[in-house]
Design a protein around this ligand. Structure first.
Ligand code: BV8
Ligand code: ZN
Length: 241
């Protein structure tokens, strides 16, 4: 593993265009539960019961109670060394894009300047009537929350299953991976589309692809080096202060 770490560290030093994709695993050591792990969120809740527009239409109160609970939990969590290392990597120079599936906002808290939040953000709400998007950090949030401007029902500004991602977000994410020379895939099970396609896009473009995960996906030809370990431990070794 040490040789692999050295190899990846060198690649990161010489990379001209670096694309990073993170998933719930990068926040696991901050205390944010993952989705599909043994103590994952989806173990207790069924995704289709909560993270879909149909669930929200059926029972907005139940969906808001789940998000309010997650917001309360995340409000107590802090970035871990993996988030900090990625922010340091970004400061090395231009040509860096961080794409995250996470909605916890911890990358920005750690200093990442402009993370591409593919699935939205727990701290943003969107009016279902006038479609205004705004920050809302109330914990707890009054349920059901109402729009200040028009009184419409607010929803989490989060991409639910069956909902399309914002076009500009998709474009930024896919462009970053289509033109990178090194791609880092950190802490994701690679189960959710279209994020799960990004590693293949990088490979197709001839990039050097690295996965960081204690429980890495079985080799499928898209990853050049797999570093089997926790992001909070490995990322600082890949990006020495
Ligand atoms: C869409 C918001 C077009 C909710 C989420 C093919 C093409 C297009 C769509 C689909 C397709 N096939 C299926 C679909 C539909 C669907 C989909 O992918 N379903 C899956 C379940 C099969 N996709 C969609 O609906 C997307 N929409 O494509 O629009 C469209 C429109 C209509 C109809 C069809 C298509 C929208 C997807 C967004 C869904 N919203 N979240 C919320 O968060 O509240 S996704 C949800 O899963 C989370 O956001 C999370 O980010 C994401 C991915 O999970 P991971 O981040 O990977 O987390 P997970 O727990 O799975 O894994 C954690 C990993 O960390 C593990 O590998 C573990 O080993 C590792 N780990 C643990 N500890 C550590 C660690 N790693 C490092 N360090 C550690 N310490
Ligand atoms: Zn409104």
């Amino acid at each position: 593993m040490t040789d692999d770490i050295e190899r990846v560290r060198e690649r990161l030093e010489t990379a001209e265009r670096l694309a990073v994709l993170t998933g719930a695993g990068v926040s696991a050591e901050s205390g944010v539960p993952t989705f599909r792990g043994p103590d994952g969120l989806w173990r207790k809740y069924r995704a289709e019961d909560l993270a879909t527009p149909e669930a929200f239409a059926r029972d907005p109160r139940l969906v808001w109670e789940w998000y309010d609970w997650r917001r309360g939990l995340v409000s107590q969590c802090h970035p871990n060394p993996a988030h900090t290392a990625l922010a340091a990597l970004e400061r090395r120079g231009p040509g860096f894009t961080l794409v995250t599936q996470n909605v916890d906002g911890l990358h920005a808290l750690a200093g990442s300047r402009d993370p591409v939040e593919m699935h939205g953000n727990l701290w943003k709400v969107r009016c279902t009537a006038c479609h205004r998007v705004g920050d809302d950090r109330r914990v707890p949030i009054p349920i059901p929350p109402r729009c200040d401007a028009c009184g419409g029902l607010l929803r989490p500004h989060i991409v639910w299953f069956g909902e399309s991602l914002e076009a500009d977000v998709l474009e930024r994410a896919f462009r970053a991976f289509a033109y990178c020379d090194v791609a880092l895939i950190v802490g994701t099970s690679g189960r959710v589309q279209p994020a799960a396609s990004l590693a293949g896009v990088a490979k197709q473009a001839g990039a050097f692809v690295v996965e960081v995960n204690p429980d890495p996906a079985p080799p499928d030809g898209r990853v050049d080096v797999t570093l089997a370990g926790k992001a909070g431990e490995l990322m600082p070794r890949l990006v020495p202060a």
